[in-house]
Ligand binder design. Sequence first.
Ligand code: UDP
Length: 236
Amino acid sequence: MPARFNRILLKLSGEALMGPGQFGIDPDTVASMAAEVKAAKEAGFELCLVIGGGNIFRGMAGAAKGMDRAQADYMGMLATVMNALAVQNALEQMGVETRVQSAIKMDQVCEPVIRRRAERHLAKGRVVIFAAGVGSPYFTTDTGAALRAAEMKCNALFKGTSVDGVYSADPKKVKDAKRFDTIGFDRVLAEDLKIMDAAAVALCRDNDIPIVVFNIRQPGNLAKVLAGEGVATVVQ
Ligand code: UDP
């Protein structure tokens, strides 16, 4: 893949911070994610980050146990703020300047989402971490990532996963599943290939933002894929 991106939005699910456990935030794992971001930054890319909250709380899971969905979703959004602060901490311990902007205002903790201010941060070489998704229940951080990628005019949305791209079937279950180098948005939607939720994929399609699906668990891989050397699938 050619190095055609200058500004990217990196979406990590909450699970990417979980480490060997089944829940919560593992500091060593957070540090390894931060190292990926630092390497990409040092290679000259501008980075926006969106981090999910599934390692702590998902609204759907709360609703399935009888909670009011919107209430549960607000808890999920707060979980994403905790994750954003954890990643901010890890990055700053590595000397990378960052700002967190939350879609739910919490002035004592971080900035609110202000696009022009985020632009300024990027211009100053800071990594901007967008928290709380779109700030409304019934959405996901995937959709939040697509929205911020569009708003910030990112050249691509990088979706860090535990596999190295989009496959015709789950490669962890189906032995001869085929990996695509590129694939169209419409096929991803029509075949319901679960890369991101449909609203996020449609938002990227409508705004012409390619989604790059790659393995974030392989050390050094983000910088490699950004340099056009790694293995990934580009949804375009
Ligand atoms: N959430 C929400 N609105 C948003 C983003 C997130 O209500 O715009 C809630 C929702 O309950 C979701 C939870 O926050 O389940 C955590 O986000 P997500 O499931 O996207 O995290 P990930 O799967 O990426 O870890």
